[in-house]
Structure formats: structure tokens, C-alpha cells
Design a protein. Structure first.
Length: 375
């Protein structure tokens, strides 16, 4: 029986065996509470957490004190947007974001609108890139933050974050960046990019599910927030709750291994991606969305010419795992807000699949996928 081929790594990744091995002792041997540091077991847990904090900080080039552990990127994004909204109301209540952001951003902003915030939504061009001039025109004296993701989860499109940060810095506005899909695939340096707040999640780069981190710049500018969770003052009073030591240790180990993952994506996976795109185009099977734009080395958003995405997925789902370019449910299929913002019609959006490769994929996987698509 043929083994299953997984082409949905932007949804989640397998836990690296080395990450799992590092985590295991903290479930049933070194199981101390990181806040109970009056004896050895608790102190050991505390030290493990702080080691992981340094490892995550090293990954994005910040200091350890700027890292707050969360349950994942969704919590990190909610904490950042809502916490900054409440803290900075003396400056204003205006936020700016792109129409192509992840739902964690868009839904958080939708909620703060119910609390009195005003949100402006940036359009994107046909390649999914925000319009820089529009951003400059939208920023006001009462603009608290601009929220733009580094790399899009559906298309892989990489936004010009450094250029964006130059504008936000000049305008005394906080730049919040969802880097969830970029971490572990490309180098992410908060100093180089000028990012003030960043969210990430371990399970997108071969760490465990249920753990992530929020980066808050401490200097030039210092970013603070009103916490959403209270009850113990954990994480320097930014996020109360008993720390999940095994998962945090796993995030730390995955952060150490991220350099290796990035190299693999560039040297091994990018050629497979290019082969797939060349074949899909040359055989007139699909059009590649944002083809001429800088994208992640593993992500393909392919608009199929003669068949709907859901149809092809059902036909190959026992052999290959891919996803649609739209958020669909059996009762109410809805076209992707990302693709619609890029100018695709609803029909084109429903014909779009997302292929997201991982470090274990091989050229033979791509060849089998093409064979099944042709059939």
C-alpha cells in the first residue's frame, strides 16, 4: 500500500523527534511547577523555561526578557491587539491592517471595534502586496498600531515589512507582525525588519501544538500592554497561568533547530516547489497566484483551470493531503477572503488549492501528485 503524502505543512507540522525527546522528561520526571522555585524540581522547571526563552529570543534576534510564552499564535495575536488597544487609548483608538490578514487578526480587530476602536483596512494588489502609499495616507496622529503579517498562510506572499516599519517608526506607530508562517522557513530578525510586536507558534515549525510566543519590544519604542489574563502575575504580569513546561521546552528546541529547517527549505524544498509550479503551468493545469512575487519557499497557491478545488481534493484525499484556497464547510462554502482581496472572482477562489511542502517531502511526492492530477 502506498504511503500517504502530506502537502499541508502550513496547517501544521509533525513534531521533530529531537524536539519530542527533549520534551519527554518534563512530563513525568522533571514535572515541577516553574513558579515553585524553593526546591530543586521547581527550580529545574524554571531553568528549562528560561533556557527556552533564550532559544526563542535567539531565533528572532531579541533579548529573552522580550519573549512572553502563550498557548499559540492566536493567543499571542489576541493579547497583542486587545492589550495594546486598552493600554494606548490615551494616544488613540485607530488601527490599520491588511484585508489579507489571518482571521486571528481580523476577528480580534472586529472585536475591539465593538469596544470603540476604529480600524482601517489596506487593500492589496493582484500579487497580494499591500499598497505602501495607501498605508502612508491612512496613518494618523491617533493611529496606535499597524498590523501586517510577514508571510501569508494561503499564498506564501512575503510583505515588505522593513519598508513598512520605516513608515510606522517615523509616524510613532507600533508595528505588530504575525510571523507564524514565516518562522522556520525564512530568517526572521526583528531588529533588521524593525518589528515592534511579533507572534509565532511552535507547531508551524516542527514543535508541539498548544504553545507559542509573543515578542514585545522593550526599547525604542518600549511596547507595553494591558494583560488579558490575571491570576498570579506570570510572564512579568503579561500572561498569568501556570507555564506548560514540556511544550515550552519543545518550542525552545524547535527554535534551535530552525536554522537547519530554513536551510533545508532553501536547498531541498524550493527546487521541488519550482518543479511543481513549472509543471502545473506548462501542462496548462493551473495558474499560480502571485507567481512573480517573493513567496515562502514551500507554498503554492494554484488556481486549477478545469476543476474545482474541493473536487480534486476528494479524489486524491486517500493518497495526498492538500487544502483549498478557501475556508469551506460542508454546509456553507465561502471563498477565501485573501484571494478575493487579490482580485480573484469567487469562482477562481473555489478553483484554488494550497500546496505547502515540508522538509521531509521528496521529488517523487511531487511527481505522484502531478500524475494523480493529470488522471
Amino acid at each position: 500500500m502506498n504511503s500517504f503524502i502530506y502537502f499541508d505543512h502550513n496547517a501544521t507540522t509533525a513534531v521533530d523527534e529531537r524536539v519530542l525527546e527533549t520534551m519527554l522528561p518534563y512530563f513525568n520526571k522533571n514535572y515541577g511547577n516553574a513558579s515553585s522555585i524553593t526546591y530543586g524540581m521547581g527550580l529545574s522547571a524554571k531553568n528549562a523555561v528560561e533556557t527556552a526563552r533564550i532559544q526563542v529570543a535567539n531565533l528572532i534576534n531579541c533579548i529573552a526578557q522580550e519573549i512572553i510564552f502563550t498557548s499559540g499564535a492566536t493567543e499571542a495575536i489576541n493579547t497583542a491587539i486587545k492589550g495594546i488597544f486598552w493600554r494606548y487609548q490615551i494616544k488613540g483608538k485607530h488601527f490599520i491592517t491588511a484585508k489579507t490578514e489571518h482571521k486571528a487578526v481580523l476577528d480580534s480587530l472586529k472585536w475591539i471595534e465593538t469596544q470603540g476602536a476604529e480600524v482601517s483596512y489596506l487593500g492589496v494588489n493582484e500579487n497580494g502586496l499591500i499598497k505602501i502609499e495607501e498605508l502612508e495616507n491612512l496613518i494618523r496622529k491617533d493611529t496606535v498600531a499597524v498590523i501586517v503579517m510577514l508571510a501569508n498562510n494561503e499564498t506564501g506572499v512575503i510583505q515588505p515589512i522593513k519598508e513598512i516599519s520605516q513608515i510606522t517608526n517615523q509616524k510613532n506607530t507600533i508595528l505588530i507582525c504575525d510571523a507564524t508562517q514565516a518562522i522556520g522557513k525564512i530568517n526572521v530578525d526583528v531588529q533588521k525588519y524593525g518589528i515592534d510586536v511579533l507572534a509565532l507558534s511552535a507547531h508551524k515549525f516542527y514543535g508541539p501544538k498548544g504553545v507559542g510566543a509573543l515578542y514585545l519590544r522593550r526599547k525604542s519604542p518600549r511596547v507595553s500592554l494591558t494583560p488579558l489574563l490575571h491570576g498570579g502575575g506570570h510572564e512579568r504580569e503579561n500572561r498569568s497561568g501556570t507555564l506548560n513546561v514540556p511544550l515550552i521546552v519543545g518550542l525552545g528546541k524547535a527554535s534551535v533547530l530552525a536554522t537547519e529547517y530554513i536551510q533545508t527549505y532553501q536547498e531541498k524544498i524550493l527546487p521541488i516547489k519550482q518543479f511543481l509550479e513549472d509543471q502545473l503551468i506548462s501542462k496548462k493545469i493551473a495558474t499560480i497566484n502571485a507567481y512573480q512575487t517573493q513567496r515562502l519557499p514551500n507554498t503554492i497557491s494554484a488556481q486549477l483551470h478545469n476543476i474545482k478545488a474541493e473536487t480534486i481534493i476528494k479524489k486524491i484525499q486517500s493518497r495526498i493531503g492538500i487544502s483549498t484556497g478557501s475556508a469551506c464547510s460542508s454546509s456553507r462554502p465561502e471563498p477565501s477572503h485573501v484571494l478575493l482581496a487579490m482580485g480573484l472572482t469567487q469562482e477562481q477562489a473555489h478553483h484554488t488549492i494550497r500546496i505547502s511542502l515540508g522538509i521531509d517531502n521528496k521529488m517523487e511526492d511531487a511527481e505522484l501528485f502531478l500524475k494523480l492530477i493529470n488522471e
